[in-house]
Design a protein around this ligand. Sequence first.
Ligand code: ATR
Length: 302
Amino acid sequence: MNTHDTQLDPRMHPQQAVYGVIGNPVAHSLSPLIHEQFALQAQQSVHYGKLYADLGQFVKTVDTFFNRGGQGLNVTVPFKLEAFQICQKLTERAKAAGVVNILWQENGQYVGDNSDGVGLVRDIEKHPFQITGKRVLMIGAGGAVQGVILPFMEKKPNQIMITNRTLAKAQAIVDRFLPQAQAFGIQLSAIALDQIMHLQEGYSIIINGTSSGLQGSSPLVFSQAQHLQHVMQRGEIGLTYDMVYGKETDFMQQMSACGFQVKDGLGMLVEQAAEAFEVWRKLPRGSLDTGTVLQMLRKPVV
Ligand code: ATR
């Protein structure tokens, strides 16, 4: 596989079903490696490559890919909202997320799905760490957090608190998902990030869904991280999760120093990819072995 090629063209692979990941940037993507393993596992003749789109050229690039015989695309930053907008059909979980990371065509119409939330939830449960009955703190209120709220609620945590620098955005997510939260019996609320020193109860799952890791910073100052540890129940070890992968973020370092378990988003990447492969190839859910693929990605390169 040429890992530098970001100009995926289905016409170059006439004997295979062609899929890919579209993004900007996209050269760093691990998705081709992951899908190559899934294709081997499922013994399917699939080619999966990288597709770079200029900003403002997303729709044109997608149209060209499908017109040339491409069968499906994973969508990554910054195009997940645009992907949502071009779809004539959306799955329920894509509608809830408001963003799309799996795209394909049916009868010439774009269909969109979202497996990010399911990927995150599965990775946490395989850790293993139970979500049901737990108190969850989500940091951030952008597309990444909105995309995972519903699958999280389906696991019936006791409480989800959303905290964000801009409180109004956290409150908007709460307002939107309140009916489902009530139906599941989950306490769903919002607090401004600069108010979290006032939280009196601990959260055993803390998710960083902000884009701060990409900017090389943490959404928390150290005293806030310490406070979140301080209010944990005695003896309880919380899990903190950063959706970013490929590096130990400042957030992960902070939380680890405060005594939390920490996890990066690599497992979420593999789980959401498995779900995409299973959707496209109509395989039973959970039939792919994600564990060995994750192990392979974590192995240091020698
Ligand atoms: P994404 O689709 O990746 O979620 P987004 O919609 O731009 O991206 O949202 C980015 C999120 O990260 C927002 O919640 C943002 O906070 P604001 O809504 O207040 O802007 C949050 N964020 C980004 N940088 C941050 C930082 N340095 N500290 C805290 N929050 C940050």
